[in-house]
Structures are given as structure tokens and as C-alpha cells.
Design a protein around this ligand. Structure first.
Ligand code: BG6
Length: 489
């Protein structure tokens, strides 16, 4: 496995810890030799030491097993060099030729500007050719900046690697709770009959983060939440919730169905974008008891980049006609919470008194993607005693309680899938293009209508008032918790 950018943040936080766990659990499909390629002047024998600290951090208290760490870096190689220098790729090739391994997995953990250059150089030296075994490439997001640049990048990569060699990562697809969406829907027969516009009022999908942009201000300011989360994670979650049942659980059968969802997303004209989306930017506030600065303060300059967005979108097919999907994500919200809530319609006639009934109906199925992985189903139950009042209660499934363990880090699963050649959880070229086509229309409309300032929300609140208004207009409410709040009866 060749990691371009091995000295960087992704390798420290995700890749090496995940590989460490794969070695530990004995899940690797065969012997693995790591090859690092980056600018810093490291030596191969230094690699294990360089990663000990970050590994300890990611293990959260568990001690680093030194024997395992040594095993992971056993025989590891390091090629120091700039991604723009062709000679360094010759070095890389001679390193690879000396290894006994026949398969090679290239991993692009570099800034995206380097992708075209790296791929082109690999191509020039024919490292993509599958002479001895397979050759694959894993590409991290951001995959382009808009439709045009994504298509251009795709063409550059396709000049060297064929589609079946390319593994585009969306790490949300590696989360067990996300994979469980299809299991919930298609391994159980009770949900599918009500999973449509006859029974569902609306769907909310939320990726809330308490963190701010941290040290990634440069990247983030050019991306905003629409490129960072909406174009990929939010639209992928939407696909899994809304897709038709695939004919089999095979990579292309699943991805064909996801693509159809992206294709039927109703495109928005400029005015519709303005009516159906909200942008926001956080100002100073308090998150989880800590005082934090506003976005522009962190950035050190003025900016019109959104750190929050909400959108109402529609899918034009028979199953979903008329059902709004409300998608939202933001930084510096009150907590880290990713959830999908499916809001069912109300009973046609109320026979009972509800002690509390909000804008949303009582039956909500909530998929808690993180942090408290599980599923909740809420419904009305009679309050005990001499009363006919009804209150919302819930059935609750908790991953950790049911299986005795927390779901593992998404990257473990994805790395293993890339090694064993299963692309089901990776996004296909046509999916990425369709997601960008929809997203780019929103970006362009926003650019045409830049306000002097974006709507503000104080860090530690659930977004700007405009987002509340988007729901209120529809007679609905955002659900900021895994289940409807306990009523005050
Ligand atoms: C990444 C984004 O793709 O996802 C980050 O670039 C974001 O900005 C992260 O924080 C969230 O991932 P997770 O797994 O912590 O929800």
C-alpha cells in the first residue's frame, strides 16, 4: 500500500490507526508492506516512531502494542519527494519492483491539487498496469470543486486508471449505522410497505457538528458546508434512505439504484434555490460549555462562506412525489449528532387528547448514525391513570447494548474493501457527477445572490432563524434530538 502524503493529518488520524486495528484483528487479506511518499525527509526506520503518538491518541487510553506497531511497519519503505518531481516516481517504482508483493493499492492522502500530477506520473511509469497483480487507487474527497472541475478530474484519472481500479471514498458509507439503513429497509419486510408518500410526511437528514473548522480554515473557506458535507455525505445518506431495492447486493446493482435517486432530485432554478435553502455562518458563542470565537475571527478576515446550510429537496418519482426531504448540516452546533428521521403522517382523525403534539407527527423512525448509534421508533401511548391523554414514547435499539460493542471506525472497513476489491461502499463516477450537477446549481444561485453578510447564528445554537422559518412555513419543526422531546404533561 503506497500512501501519498503519509506525513499528513489523514494518515495520522485515520489510515495508520485503521491499519493497526486490521493487523490486530488479523483481518488483513495477506501480508502488507507500507510505502510512504511525502515531502518530509523521513527514513523508513523512523515511520513506526512517527506514528506512535497519534496512534496513542486515537486509541483513547488503550496502550499502543509496540509489537503490533512494528509488525505494521515491518519492511516499510519511504520515498521522500515532491509530488511534482518525476524522478521521485522512478524511485517509487524501483522500490515497488523490489518488493515481493504483486498487488498495489495507491492511496491519495494529499491535498487535492496534487491528484492530477500524481496520477499522471504513475501513468507515465506504467504503475497502473496490472502486470503482476492488481493495481488500484483510492481517492479522497474533495473530488472536484463543482461539476466542471469534478468532470475534469475524473477525465484526468480515467486517462490512467480504469473505473474499476478507482475507489472514491466517502467515509460515511463505511459507518456501520449507514450500511444498516439498507439492512433495516431490505432485510425486514415491515418497513418497505410504509416507506413511501402514502405514509411518510417528510424526512429530515442532519449532520450536526459541535466542532468548528479547526486548523483547516484555508480549505474550509474555499469549500463551505455545501462542498464539505452536502455534496457527498448528505446526498449519499439521502440515496440510501430513498433508493429502490436493488436486484441484488452487488456493487453495481446498489450503485445503480443510488444513481437513480440523484437523477430524480428535482433541479432548482435560481429563485427556487433561494426559497428552498438557507445559509448561515457562526458567530462567537458557547459550545458544550466552552467559549468559542466566530468563524470570521478564526479565519482572520471577512468571508461569505457558509458554515451551516439547510435545504428542502424533492425526488420526482412515484414513491416520493410530494414528500419533502430536509437536509441540513453545520459546524459549531450544540452537539455532534448525525441522524435521519422519517416522519410518518398523522392519524387521519384524533380520537384522543395529546398532552403535547408538536408540528411533527408522533410516529418518527430515527436512525441515529452517531454518536449514540441505534434506532428509535416513537409512537403515542396512553398516560396511566384516569385520563385519556396520550404522550409520545419510544422503542429504542442501541448498537452497543445489543451487540456488546461500538461500531468500528469507518476507515477500517473501507480500507479492507479496497484491498479485497469490493467497491460497493465507494462512489462511482456517474454518482459523483450527478451529485455535483445538483449541488453546482445551488452554488451558482448563491453566487448570483450574495448578501453583504450571511445569516448569523451564535456558536452553540441550532442555526440561523431563517432555518427555523423554512420549517415553520411548512408547518413542521426540526428535530434536534434522537426522538421527540419528552412532553411536559
Ligand atoms: C469530513 C469533513 O468529510 O467529515 C469534515 O471534511 C467533517 O469537515 C467530517 O468534520 C465529519 O465526519 P464524522 O465522521 O466525524 O461525522
Amino acid at each position: 500500500m503506497v500512501i501519498f502524503g503519509i506525513t499528513g493529518d489523514l494518515a495520522h488520524r485515520k489510515l495508520i490507526p485503521s491499519l493497526y486495528h486490521l493487523v490486530k484483528s488479523g483481518q488483513l487479506p495477506g501480508p502488507l508492506t507500507l510505502v510512504g511518499f511525502a515531502r518530509r525527509n523521513w527514513k523508513p526506520e523512523q515511520l513506526a516512531d512517527e506514528f506512535r503518538q497519534s496512534l496513542a491518541e486515537s486509541l483513547e487510553g488503550e496502550a499502543v502494542d509496540d509489537a503490533l506497531l512494528r509488525k505494521l511497519f515491518d519492511g516499510a519503505q519511504y520515498v521522500p519527494g515532491d509530488f511534482t518531481e518525476p524522478e521521485r516516481y522512478a524511485d517509487l517504482r524501483s522500490v515497488l519492483e523490489k518488493l515481493p508483493a504483486s498487488n498495489v493499492l495507491f492511496y491519495l492522502a494529499t491535498p487535492p491539487e496534487a491528484y492530477p500530477e500524481i496520477v499522471q506520473n504513475l501513468g507515465k511509469l506504467e504503475m497502473h498496469l496490472e502486470k503482476r497483480g492488481w493495481s488500484r487507487i483510492v481517492v479522497e474527497k474533495p473530488y472536484g470543486n463543482d461539476l466542471q472541475s469534478a468532470v475534469a478530474l475524473d477525465e484526468q484519472i480515467h486517462r490512467v486508471f480504469s473505473e474499476k481500479q478507482i475507489y472514491r471514498i466517502d467515509h460515511y458509507l463505511g459507518k456501520d449505522t449507514v450500511q444498516n439503513i439498507l439492512v433495516l429497509r431490505f432485510a425486514n419486510a415491515i418497513f418497505e410497505p410504509v416507506w413511501n408518500n402514502h405514509f411518510i410526511d417528510h424526512v429530515q437528514i442532519m449532520v450536526a457538528e459541535s466542532l468548528g473548522v479547526g486548523s483547516r480554515t484555508q480549505y474550509y473557506d474555499s469549500a463551505g458546508v455545501i462542498r464539505d458535507i452536502f455534496q457527498n455525505h448528505l446526498l449519499q445518506l439521502l440515496c440510501l434512505v430513498a433508493m429502490e431495492v436493488p436486484v441484488a447486493f452487488r456493487p453495481d446493482a446498489v450503485r445503480d439504484e443510488k444513481l437513480k435517486v440523484l437523477d430524480i432530485l428535482r433541479p432548482m432554478k435560481e429563485q427556487e434555490v433561494l426559497q428552498n435553502t438557507v445559509r448561515g455562518q457562526y458567530t462567537a458563542g458557547e459550545v458544550l460549555g466552552e467559549k468559542v470565537a466566530g468563524y470570521r475571527k478564526e479565519l482572520g478576515r471577512d468571508s461569505l462562506t457558509e458554515t451551516y446550510m439547510a435545504a428542502r429537496v424533492y425526488l420526482d418519482n412515484w414513491r416520493w412525489a410530494g414528500v419533502p426531504f430536509y437536509l441540513r448540516s453545520g459546524k459549531r452546533l450544540p452537539e455532534r449528532l448525525t441522524q435521519i428521521s422519517v416522519h410518518f403522517q398523522r392519524a387521519p382523525i384524533f380520537l384522543f387528547d395529546w398532552c403535547h403534539l408538536s408540528g411533527n407527527a408522533p410516529n418518527v423512525l430515527t436512525i441515529n448514525v452517531q454518536p449514540n448509534e441505534g434506532i428509535d421508533l416513537s409512537f403515542g401511548a396512553k398516560i396511566p391513570g384516569q385520563t385519556s391523554e396520550i404522550a409520545p414514547v419510544r422503542m429504542h435499539f442501541d448498537y452497543a447494548a445489543a451487540f456488546g460493542k461500538e461500531p468500528p471506525e469507518a476507515y477500517r472497513r473501507l480500507l479492507l474493501d479496497a484491498m479485497t476489491g469490493d467497491p460497493t461502499l465507494f462512489t462511482r463516477s456517474d454518482e459523483v457527477r450527478a451529485a455535483w450537477a445538483f449541488t453546482t446549481r445551488i452554488i451558482e444561485a448563491w453566487q448570483q445572490h450574495q448578501p453583504e453578510r450571511l445569516p448569523a447564528y451564535a456558536a452553540g445554537t441550532w442555526g440561523p432563524p431563517e432555518a427555523e422559518e423554512l420549517m415553520r412555513r411548512d408547518g413542521r419543526e426540526w428535530m434536534n434530538h434522537p426522538f421527540p422531546r419528552e412532553p411536559e404533561c
